[in-house]
Every structure is written in structure tokens, then in C-alpha cells.
Design a protein. Structure first.
Length: 454
């Protein structure tokens, strides 16, 4: 009895102490830990493509033919929610008011947001005043110029390399960063800053600011010929391209999904056409060389489950990077890069990706988790995007009644006795989506749209 009493008294004290902490708000509401590999609820073999291929009833059967993918691209191009555009179809001339309004809206939104620069100081109104002055006057009538990006370049919300962080000493998410443009990406130049160093461009998926020196300008027929040429598609995570046949001079590296015009596939090299910016700013076309063993494809990959799983798991473990910063990939870039290898012209933003297939999309915000699982089971082996506000995942399959997805995640919350813990992933991971939501509920609970891609 004495032992029991001895044990009970400290227990009562501990419980009372916890209650005091809770009442006082001193309980650690959130704990940060490095996410294990694999994540909780995931088996090691589920982080390999072979596991999912083996479960598929017919992994080599085409999910969609190239014509079906192209039809889906055309539908998405005409759907405003995707923000997709044919760069070559930008009107010429173009009303300046359209561009003026687009620039002004982003500047106004930025002014209203509290943020910190790279020195951890609050961004002031004076900063935005300087930006507005640098943008200058947008003419009433614009004659667009067409060009090609010559090397990876940041696409920015405003014409500045200054960062915008939500909090001081929090440099994970630079909100001024949209994305990275890649070698060979076409753009329509709509405006330039007063000093000519930044160009406001229309890309295939949005508008933003790019360093003007990263763009080589050309006439529309030349740009169109480059775009319509038989493509060599990067199917590895990052593929180096060289300036010489001996592979001694690096020219550029292209990430998965990037396409360049194929010149020749020979025994000792693969040659492609690269855009080069001449001293006058015009485009010149030069030959680049890729090692014969490089992870590339002549033309797009056949859209099969085997190929899809292989492409997805080539990037498993790849570092997270908001807007492609630090050579990482965020959630929507993972989706764009992987599906681009099959010929999909994907949006860059997660919300817009969820709108890519309007005919097949299922809005699930009001559904229970059980109903969402039912939808995923009914999809069978069809690929699908799982969207929640601010994040997107790719459905892998249902195992023992639990849906799994692969996604690029910065952090995942889980509930604990005293608040929550955040598992810092910072990489492409496989998740049991019935977990990982903390007080907000599981990932699956927060999924508001399921978009099949096939």
C-alpha cells in the first residue's frame, strides 16, 4: 500500500502541474522535429516505385494516348481558373491597360502584406515606392516582344531580388518568388523597368518579372519553330547539357519535364538546340550536347502507370524549395515536372492544377473522410491530384483501406498529448494521408478537391 501511495502522490502532482500549464498557456503548443524516413504510417517498401507497380493490374496499359493528353491540354487552356496561356497568341498590339492593371494589382497586394527582407527588417512603404518608380509608366498600346529563356531564371512578383519573408529569421518562403523559368521556355515581353534590367513577361502559366538578361529576343516565327520542333525531354531530376562534344564545358542544366529541340541522337552524344543571347539581346541558336546515357526521352514518355510511378519516385527525397529556390521543388513544381514528361501542359500553382481537368474534378470539401476514400477506391488505378488550400499531392493508391500520396512537403503536423508536433520533412515524401493534420485534422480531411488525370 505504501508503494501505491508513493506512486499515486507524484502522479497527482504531475497531473496538477500539467493542468496549471494548460491553464496558463505555458504548455508547448508545438514541437519541431526532423521527420523520419519513412514517415509514420509508411513502410520502407512503399517509398519505392516497384511496390506500386506490382499492385497495379496493368501497369503498361496507356492511361491516355497522346491525343487524349493534347485534348485535355486544349480544354485546360480555355479554362480561366488554370491561368494557362498560349504565349504566341498574346495580342499584338495589346492594350496597355491590361498590363498596367496586372502590375498594379500585385503591387497593391504586396503593400498590404506585412513582410521582412533578407536582413530581417520590416519592409516599408518606401521600398514599394521605389519599386513603383522603377516600373515606370506603362504605355497605352504595347507591342509585345517574343523571346526564349537562356538559362534558369527566377520569375518574381516584383522587379527585385529582395526577399519577402512572413517573419524575421524565417527564410524558408520568399513570397516574392513565383517560380523558376528554364532554358527554352518561351515568353512574351510586355513591359520593362525604366532602367531595362527587368522584363514583365507572360509565360505559359502566369505573368511576372524576370531579369531581362535571361531572355533572348527573336521574331515570332523563329520562336514558334523552336517550340514546335521534335523535342528531347528531360526525364531525370536534372540533366546537364554541354557546349562541346567532349562534355568538358557545361552550358546549362535542365530539370525534369523541360524540352529542347532534338538535333541528333548519335552513338557518342545527343545534340539539341539551345537558345543563346547575343550581345545585342537577340536570340542565336547553338548546339548543346548531352551524354548518351543521360536520363532523357526522344519525345514524351508513354503515359502508363509504370512510367508515372518511375518518374515520381525518381524525385522521392528531393529537397523542398519554395518557388524552386535552392534548387528544390515545392508541391506544385513536383506535379508540373512529372506530368510534363508525358506531354501535359500543367499550371504552376496548386489551386490551378486542381482545376486542370474540370470535367473530372470532384469537389470534396463537404465530404467525410470515408466518402473521400470511397471516391479514391472508385478511381481504381487512375492517377489523381489531391488538393487542399495551399498544397497538392499525387494519389498513389489505397492499401488496407488507407490512401497514400506522394508530395513535396515542408512540414507535417501531428497531434500529441500536449499540443502538436511538426515533422520537418523538407523533401518529397510518401504519406499515409489519414495522418498528418494535427488539430486541423488529417491530410485527407483537408482535401477539398480530387482531380483525376486520366
Amino acid at each position: 500500500m505504501e508503494v501505491i501511495a508513493f506512486m499515486r502522490k507524484p502522479l497527482n502532482i504531475i497531473l496538477a502541474f500539467i493542468l496549471v500549464l494548460l491553464a496558463a498557456g505555458l504548455c508547448p503548443a508545438e514541437q519541431w522535429e526532423t521527420a523520419p524516413a519513412p514517415l509514420p504510417g509508411v513502410q520502407a517498401n512503399q517509398e519505392r516505385a516497384d511496390f506500386w507497380i506490382a499492385r497495379h493490374p496493368d501497369p503498361d496499359r496507356p492511361i491516355l494516348a497522346p491525343e487524349g493528353i493534347e485534348a485535355m491540354n486544349r480544354t485546360a487552356l480555355g479554362f480561366p481558373e488554370t491561368e494557362l496561356a498560349d504565349v504566341l497568341a498574346v495580342p499584338d498590339p495589346l492594350e496597355g491597360a491590361v498590363v498596367r492593371r496586372a502590375i498594379a494589382e500585385v503591387l497593391a497586394e504586396s503593400r498590404q502584406s506585412k513582410g521582412y527582407d533578407h536582413t530581417n527588417r520590416l519592409i516599408t512603404a518606401a521600398f514599394y515606392d521605389r519599386i513603383e518608380t522603377s516600373i515606370g509608366a506603362v504605355p497605352a498600346v504595347i507591342r509585345p516582344a517574343w523571346g526564349l529563356v537562356t538559362a534558369r531564371a527566377s520569375l518574381r512578383r516584383l522587379p527585385t531580388n529582395e526577399a519577402f519573408y512572413d517573419r524575421p529569421f524565417g527564410n524558408e518562403f520568399d513570397r516574392f518568388q513565383y517560380s523558376a523559368l528554364e532554358c527554352g521556355n518561351p515568353v512574351a515581353v510586355l513591359h520593362r523597368t525604366a532602367d531595362g534590367t527587368w522584363a514583365f513577361v507572360r509565360t505559359s502559366y502566369t505573368m511576372g518579372w524576370v531579369p531581362a538578361a535571361a531572355i533572348a529576343l527573336g521574331d515570332k516565327p523563329s520562336i514558334e519553330s523552336f517550340m514546335r520542333s521534335r523535342p528531347l525531354v528531360a526525364t531525370g531530376g536534372m540533366v546537364p547539357v554541354y557546349a562541346d562534344r567532349g562534355f568538358s564545358v557545361h552550358a546549362v542544366s535542365i530539370p525534369m519535364g523541360t524540352r529542347l529541340p532534338l538535333v541528333e541522337k548519335a552513338g557518342r552524344h545527343i545534340s539539341v538546340t539551345l537558345p543563346w543571347r547575343a550581345p545585342d539581346g537577340g536570340v542565336r541558336f547553338v548546339t548543346g550536347y548531352i551524354r548518351p546515357e543521360a536520363d532523357v526521352s526522344v519525345g514524351y514518355l508513354p503515359y502508363t502507370a509504370r512510367n508515372l510511378y518511375r518518374q515520381l519516385f525518381k524525385l522521392e527525397g528531393h529537397p523542398y524549395g519554395w518557388g524552386d529556390l535552392f534548387d528544390g521543388r515545392d508541391c506544385s513544381r513536383l506535379v508540373m515536372d512529372v506530368f510534363s514528361t508525358f506531354g501535359f501542359a500543367m499550371p504552376r500553382n496548386s489551386r490551378r492544377q486542381a482545376a486542370f481537368n474540370p470535367a473530372g474534378r470532384r469537389d470534396t470539401a463537404s465530404l467525410s473522410e470515408a466518402d473521400k476514400v470511397k471516391i479514391l477506391k472508385e478511381l481504381g488505378s487512375r492517377p489523381a491530384l489531391l488538393y487542399m488550400p495551399g498544397h497538392i499531392m499525387i494519389h498513389l493508391g489505397v492499401v488496407d483501406g488507407k490512401p497514400f500520396a506522394i508530395h513535396s512537403a515542408w512540414g507535417l503536423r501531428e497531434s500529441r498529448l500536449l499540443g502538436e508536433r511538426t515533422l520537418m520533412a523538407g523533401r518529397v515524401v510518401v504519406s499515409d494521408v489519414t495522418r498528418g493534420g494535427g488539430a486541423r485534422g488529417s491530410l485527407l480531411k483537408r482535401v477539398t478537391a480530387i482531380t483525376p488525370l486520366g
